[in-house]
Design a protein around this ligand. Structure first.
Ligand SMILES: [Zn+2]
Length: 142
């Protein structure tokens, strides 16, 4: 694991450029969401997003259909750790695991995903539990 983490300037909205993993509202297996549609390989459910509603980016649901994310787990006493997909999980893991976290050099580094993580995730005392939870979530992807 690399000890140094340089903020790649990813913003939460950038992560929606690949399908987001959610719990299928019909069969509870893993389904995917894009800004246009929800599809489930398990039960063949397809839902099209008709009138674009206000998208929600700051909780354990997908921003477009607001279905529960597949990658979400209780963590650190009452908090919920969540990620859209494996790339999001990778980003969180590299950030939490790094000993040295460098802020990015972008125009507004305060707005990047890692810069906006809640304090409980970045607290040193929670590091091991957060990493364990990330590993547990990753195991559900295989
Ligand atoms: Zn399904």
């Amino acid at each position: 694991m690399d000890l140094r983490f340089r903020d790649p300037q990813t913003r939460i909205g950038n992560l929606a450029d690949e399908p987001i993993l959610v719990v299928c509202p019909r069969c509870s297996r893993r389904a995917t969401v894009t800004p246009e549609r929800l599809t489930c390989a398990g039960c063949a459910l397809v839902r099209v997003r008709s009138a674009p509603n206000y998208s929600v980016w700051n909780g354990p649901v997908d921003p477009f259909f607001r279905e529960p994310l597949w990658l979400r787990a209780d963590c650190c006493g009452g908090h919920t750790l969540w990620a859209f997909h494996e790339r999001h999980l990778d980003l969180l893991e590299r950030f939490i695991a790094a000993k040295l976290r460098e802020r990015g050099l972008g125009d507004d580094p305060g707005l990047t995903l890692v810069a906006r993580l809640p304090a409980w995730i970045t607290a040193a005392k929670h590091r091991d539990e957060v990493l364990r939870t990330i590993a547990k979530l990753r195991a559900t992807l295989s």
